[in-house]
Design a protein around this ligand. Sequence first.
Ligand SMILES: CC(C)(COP(=O)(O)OP(=O)(O)OC[C@H]1O[C@@H](n2cnc3c(N)ncnc32)[C@H](O)[C@@H]1OP(=O)(O)O)[C@@H](O)C(=O)NCCC(=O)NCCS
Length: 364
Amino acid sequence: MLEGPKNPSDKEFSKVLDFLNKSLRKDCSWSIDKEYPTALNLNNRHNMNIVWDDQNIVSHAVLKPLIIKSPHVIYKLGAIGSVVTDENYRNQGWSTKIIQKCNQLALEQSCDVTILWTNLYEFYQKMGFELAGYEMSFVIDKDFSYDRTLFRYSSEKNISPEAIAKLYSQHTVSTVRTIEEIRKFIQIPNTHLYTAWNSQGNLAAYAVEGKGIDLQNYIHEWGGSVPAIVNLLGYIKDQKPSGFTFISPKTSVNLNSKLIELSTISNVGYLGMIKIINFDQLSQKIKKAFRNLGVSDIVLEKHADYYLFGCGQDLCTLQKESELVQLLFGPVEFSELNVFQTNTIEKLKLILPLPFWVWGWDSI
Ligand SMILES: CC(C)(COP(=O)(O)OP(=O)(O)OC[C@H]1O[C@@H](n2cnc3c(N)ncnc32)[C@H](O)[C@@H]1OP(=O)(O)O)[C@@H](O)C(=O)NCCC(=O)NCCS
């Protein structure tokens, strides 16, 4: 008999991993929980959702709540991952039900939005997710000169998580992480950690490539000053002569402008598929952020069949939540709407699009 979605018990946890390894990691020498050590973890069992048919698990998805600090807003984000249904049970609505359960759990745990990474856009759009946010990517495949003496470079993985945490804490937008979590991330299979050390022996920059079967040849995590990172990229290019792709948030303005010079291709993509989970909570946070900057007439309201958005009397109506998501998180620009006056656009731009980013180690 089919039952679920429900959470696995302590005893069932290893069965969930067996199902995920069989379904998603057939040819891997490691277990999938090594790739997602904080999401596929007994401590997060209450956010793992499964469907059973008698003795067998036939469908799964996990939610990982994350706290993201940004200049104006502290978000609670629910990241959803490891979505899979056994081949013999597909097209019966199980993943739809499990994703809805993840969204429900996200609401119960005070998340503002949920996010997932996929290429099944229409499948998730039906469930209210929309492609939104920004991801800058830069293909670095030509040699460039870098200072070989200013730093000592290394591809040794045995680095203190405290040193990484120190650089990581300087990011404009970042997930709150413990030292223990960073220690686990460093050990993810198929990740390469590159570091640059200054003459005092302090970590000046780090960069991470690969994550399990994903993000091969992508630098998805990094930290340090712009000159230290750029020099480190020169060293990585020496180690990987065929090149790599560097991904970064839109907020890394100085680094991104330097990378445009160094890359052969640069692209602005979406961060992921985002769904608003608690509109009232998110709109309160946004309005408070505007008030803190002296803008007190922001209107962001949900009505029965439309959203009202703007400043004072200069308002627009949006029919769909997906339109609002792309305005709040990007990539739709206010000027593209052709509805707001210039002074309204200037005010909205103080905070919007919201600086928002999930570092590679946190993506599930
Ligand atoms: C993608 C995947 C998770 C979907 O799982 P699923 O349980 O079949 O999903 P659902 O049944 O909820 O929905 C699948 C389709 O069936 C349709 N459907 C939903 N309920 C249905 C029902 N009761 N009867 C018939 N069809 C139904 C859905 O509308 C959807 O149609 P679409 O593909 O045109 O959007 C599954 O195909 C899978 O495991 N793929 C391999 C792993 C993977 O790609 N994971 C996604 C990573 S993001």
